[in-house]
Write a protein that binds this ligand. Structure first.
Ligand code: 5GP
Length: 183
């Protein structure tokens, strides 16, 4: 669905599908250059990263492999606490592999901080992070995100894989919700 299909649910559109696509291709080119001669293993974090993973992997000009993890982050309301439980682990051994974690959004960075530590303990050649969106707080966290699509304001956004109450993941554009949706 597009923003025009659910205009009454949205407060404003932050990025259109075209803008997301354009930026993703730039990031993919950077990843291709950085990993030249090496095959990267993309690790998508379910469920939000599904769209980024599908588009990023296809925008790459080089071979890659893909795997998935699902984690649940305990927190109050919309904030995570950093206490993370693995709901679905990787299906592959990452020993000596170049791992690139693919995320939808980084807010506090607590979820990623745990994930990086967890993956690093498995002996990979490298672990880096790509996220489509990053909020201001993430820039002051100890998590080093190498590839960022867009730095966004501290607002709750939906679309392009990001949900509110399970909905809006299939919205092509990215935007904020109108107040009536929350009530
Ligand atoms: P962090 O551990 O970085 O604080 O939390 C990251 C997770 O919180 C994301 O993977 C996502 O599930 C959720 N999250 C953070 N900000 C937003 C947002 O603006 N919109 C949505 N839909 N989820 C968000």
């Amino acid at each position: 669905m597009d923003a025009t299909d659910i205009a009454q649910d949205l407060e404003h559109v932050l990025y259109t599908a075209e803008q997301v696509d354009g930026r993703l291709k730039e990031v993919a080119a950077q990843i291709d250059a950085d990993y030249a001669g090496r095959e990267v293993l993309l690790v998508g974090v379910l469920n939000g990263a599904v769209m980024v993973m599908a588009d990023l992997s296809r925008a790459l000009k080089s071979h890659c492999t893909m795997d998935w993890m699902a984690v649940s982050s305990y927190g109050s309301g919309t904030k995570s606490s950093g206490v993370v439980r693995i709901l679905k682990d990787l299906s592959t051994d990452i020993l000596d592999k170049d791992v690139l974690i693919v995320e939808d959004i980084v807010d506090t960075g607590l979820t990623l901080s745990y994930l990086v530590q967890n993956l690093q303990s498995r002996g990979p050649a490298s672990v880096e992070i790509m996220t489509m969106f990053r909020k201001p707080e993430a820039q002051t966290s100890d998590v080093d995100v190498k590839y960022v699509g867009f730095d966004i304001p501290n607002e709750f956004v939906v679309g392009y894989g990001l949900d509110y109450a399970g909905r809006y993941r299939n919205l092509r554009d990215v935007g904020t919700l109108a107040a009536h949706v929350y009530s």
